[in-house]
Design a protein around this ligand. Structure first.
Ligand SMILES: *Cc1c(COP(=O)(O)O)cnc(C)c1O
Length: 434
């Protein structure tokens, strides 16, 4: 399969190149020349397929023969090794739980698959690959965990000292082995600057094989389409029209849903559920996307003022606002509404939802009120509530169950290397890895 740049369709690269580069040289995002289709017969008999069989079928379509079937099977069985169950709230509203991976958020699907794809493409290179990332919290832990023990790859994560949550810090700093956490005396922006400087530094690039595991990498998007089909499998028996409500920030998750639809999954509508960062809802009204500085909210993984996957959505719909509107409904909710929703979901359904899922729930409810109850709505729960234990606990006034894997991680000793925000210190550290 070839991939083109959203900035220039005549630039075409292989899947391998799209993965290793992340971003096209012209700054565009990579899109498949054609979204593969899944055979009707496969979808009709989907209840007989395992999650991994579904994943393999989709991945093959996106990758073709660039990874041998047997190797791809191994990549999938190593990365998609936890479930994504659909649970019932009532007869027409379900929750798709995407938090059963190691870092308790849906980003595990993308990060784990991307890491193993990187390892595969780097397998004949005797130079170790060093993934360098700056994180403000969540992405870093998913990436670090994704690459944990990946062959031929080391990960160096820069995070701002004292500016991420305790849980996030533990998730970054307790892995050891091929993961190193650099605790920088500075802000997230400083961390990002240091990473950028490293990528253009001559000495570093001569001696090391550096790469970024960018959030816009196509290898992160593809595995996110797996669970849309796997969710359909679980609710197919009800025979209703299906709607997915997706708590959105950079719109990667939603774009993966659009891919699933293009592949042949029947989806009546997607709902883009956003917090007070609502440039996309405004776009659907005005036809213009006007990036804004991000606003801090309780659903902070969705605090995005310029969604990076927007260009993919526009590209997929050939810049036709009307067809985008037909596919996607969008609605924004503020923090007060988010808090009420966390309460409501607990009181009505005895279900503990996290602030991101709560925004998704609100959008689903709004949609049901507007368009009736004939459909089956699936709200994506993108993180486990224990990741946001302070908020959820204070809203509900109950103890929140902490999954065993998080307890284990919290017990471990933090290991970080403290550096100032001077580039020379980071540079010396990187060169010492060689
Ligand atoms: C990243 C993230 C989101 C937003 O996903 P996008 O693909 O960026 O739209 C939502 N919820 C949680 C918990 C996240 O970590």
């Amino acid at each position: 399969m070839h991939y083109y740049s959203t900035n220039n369709k005549s630039i075409k690269v292989s899947f391998r190149e799209a993965v290793l580069k992340g971003l096209s040289n012209d700054g565009g995002l990579f899109m498949p020349v054609s979204v593969p289709s899944i055979k009707r017969s496969f979808i009709e008999s989907i209840e007989n397929k395992s999650f991994q069989e579904i994943a393999l079928e989709i991945a093959k379509g996106f990758i073709h023969n660039e990874i041998k079937d047997s190797d791809l099977e191994k990549i999938i069985s190593d990365s998609i090794n936890f479930d994504a169950p659909v649970v019932r709230l009532n007869d027409n509203h379900f929750i798709l739980e995407l938090f059963h991976g190691p870092t308790l958020a849906f980003k595990d699907f993308g990060a784990r698959f991307m890491a193993r794809t990187f390892s595969y493409f780097n397998r004949n290179n005797d130079k170790e690959l060093i993934i360098l990332v700056a994180t403000s919290g969540d992405t870093g832990s998913a990436v670090a965990n994704g690459f944990y023990l990946a062959e031929g790859i080391k990960v160096v994560i820069l995070y701002p000292s004292g500016k991420i949550s305790d849980i996030q810090e533990k998730q970054l700093t307790t892995l050891d082995k091929n993961i190193t956490a650099l605790e920088i005396a500075g802000t997230f922006d400083d961390c990002q600057k240091l990473v950028k400087s490293a990528f253009v530094d001559k000495d570093i690039n001569e001696r090391l094989n550096l790469s970024s595991a960018n959030s816009i990498n196509i290898a992160r998007l593809i595995p996110q389409s797996f669970y849309y089909l796997n969710a359909f499998k679980q609710v197919k028996k009800f025979g209703k029209k299906i709607i997915f409500s997706i708590p959105s920030g950079n719109f990667g998750n939603l774009t993966a849903g659009l891919f699933a639809k293009e592949m042949g999954l029947k989806v009546e509508r997607f709902i883009a559920a956003v917090n007070s960062n609502k440039v996309f809802t405004e776009y659907l009204v005005t036809g213009n996307l006007e990036p804004k500085p991000s606003i801090r909210t309780l659903s902070n993984a969705m605090d995005v003022g310029n969604p990076s996957n927007f260009s993919r959505i526009v590209d997929l719909y050939k810049n036709d606002l009307e067809s985008i509107k037909k596919s996607i409904y969008a609605k924004s909710f503020d923090d007060d509404q988010t808090i009420s929703a966390i309460k409501e979901v607990y009181e009505k359904f005895n279900y503990v939802i996290d602030p991101h899922g709560a925004v998704g729930y609100l959008a689903s409810k709004d949609f049901i009120e507007k368009y009736g109850e004939d459909n089956l709505i699936i709200t994506l729960e993108t993180a486990h509530p224990s990741k946001f234990v302070d908020i959820v606990k204070s809203v509900l006034g109950i103890e929140i169950d902490i999954p065993e894997r998080l307890k284990e991680c919290l017990k471990k000793e933090k290991q970080s290397i403290r550096l100032s925000d001077k580039f020379s210190e980071v540079k010396n550290f990187l060169l010492s890895m060689n």
